[in-house]
Design a protein around this ligand. Structure first.
Ligand code: F3S
Length: 397
């Protein structure tokens, strides 16, 4: 692999052992996968920072590299709990202390304490920009909705990329790999985030690691694109999809000349996915916020609950980033409090120590959350549209 003089110097240890190790890994990876060179990234997003997921080994890894600074703008994925509410959430002191050490390690490295899986709300990528992002929904959103370029990086590789400010030039960084391989036609209406997420999930099950081009999805909102990307990332390893009328690169493609494998998705496929989960008319918690909610989604909940003159019987938990949390007006937060709705930040149930939270039965509008809560945590899950989730929380049947 071709290296510049500066890259050679880092590799030979002139910048210190941490940068040297990081560079060694990137070069090995690039050589193994046939990259000709490294490419500069404008934004790294570090995933795998919840103590629940990475444990002591991950904590020690991050502390080892926290002696040096990142060399590109870097954000971070969710933690195991909301930093402001850890006592209220029942998080034990020891877990809190370990998570705090991770936060401090990231801080020393110069990582922005965003703690969200929606880094595109922090800094929206531009068409053609190279990134090094972990977190599958974010990777798919960056590539597919923004036209930026990032492979699906793993937790440690996002740290190495952040430290060097570069990644191997391969995968979907390269033009030739940014082409659709399977044409998917959707023959069903996408009513809200639930259906958009399930569509992504069904497509992912079909394409696995291939790049789909999804047509006939109508005018879907940005929040639905986000849900679609999250669903697709749950059931596939593809980093990229093309969405008709949305993906910036699609306008340059001569679609009618593409010879692609074809598949169609109908209404029954959506029902089949919903029926793999339980039909719940009650739950411990209604959970909305996988991926983290946008400002618009939170305000939609606010407007919707206006019709209820009572508190929700079942607590509704809304999860978002610190940034969006700060933007929500105080009168909205006040009404949420009155109506048994909790707006939290920094975390995600999937990477939380759920056993301390006493959650066994959840209603959600997110296929990604449903999949991981039932498969990793053994939680009973029901899937339904956002408004129905809220309605059930308020005691409607
Ligand atoms: Fe985000 Fe957790 Fe869902 S990291 S995408 S809220 S599983």
């Amino acid at each position: 692999m071709y290296l510049t003089r500066e890259e050679e110097a880092i590799l030979s240890g002139e910048h210190g052992p941490e940068y040297q190790k990081a560079m060694k890994v990137l070069v090995k990876l690039g050589e193994a996968l046939g990259a000709e060179r490294l490419v500069k990234v404008v934004h790294a997003h570090i995933s795998g920072i919840s103590y629940q997921n990475i444990g002591d080994a991950g904590l020690e890894f991050l502390e080892e590299y926290s002696k040096v600074k990142v060399r590109t703008y870097t954000t971070s994925n969710p933690l195991g709990f909301d930093m402001n509410l850890w006592r209220e959430m029942g998080i034990p002191e020891e877990f809190y202390a370990k998570q705090l050490r991770i936060v401090k390690a990231l801080r020393r490295m110069g990582v922005n304490e965003t703690f969200t899986c929606t880094p595109y709300y922090i800094r929206k990528p531009l068409v053609g920009e190279h990134l090094a992002w972990g977190e599958s929904n974010a990777v798919l959103y960056a590539n597919s909705a923004c036209g930026a370029r990032t492979n699906r990086e793993g937790g440690p590789s996002t740290v190495f990329a952040a430290l060097i400010g570069k990644v191997p030039y391969m995968g979907v960084h390269v033009d030739e790999n940014r082409v659709p391989q399977v044409l998917i036609k959707v023959n069903a209406p996408l009513r809200d985030q639930l259906y958009a997420g399930i569509l992504g999930y069904i497509v992912g099950t079909y394409v696995k690691d291939k790049v789909p081009l999804i047509r006939n999805i109508g005018k879907i909102t940005d929040d639905m694109v986000k849900a679609l990307c999250a669903g697709l990332g749950t059931s596939s390893s593809t980093p990229l999809c093309f969405l008709e009328n949305i993906s910036p690169e699609i306008s340059k493609m001569k679609l009618k000349y593409l010879e692609l494998e074809k598949a169609e998705i109908d209404t029954q496929s959506f029902k089949d996915v919903i029926e793999t989960y339980e039909t719940l008319d009650s739950a411990d918690t209604v959970f909305l916020g996988c991926p983290h909610l946008s400002y618009g989604e939170i305000m939609e909940v606010y407007r919707y609950i206006g019709k209820y003159d009572r508190k929700a019987k079942t607590p509704i938990i809304l999860v978002t980033s610190r940034k969006v949390f700060e933007e929500i007006p105080p009168y909205v937060k006040l009404l949420f409090e009155k109506k048994n709705i909790k707006l939290i930040r920094d975390t995600c149930f999937v990477v939380s120590p759920l056993k301390y939270l006493g959650i066994r039965k959840v209603l959600t509008n997110s296929i990604k959350q449903a999949y991981y809560l039932s498969n990793i945590h053994g939680v009973r899950v029901g899937l339904c549209e956002t408004r129905k989730c809220i309605g059930i929380a308020f005691g409607e049947r």
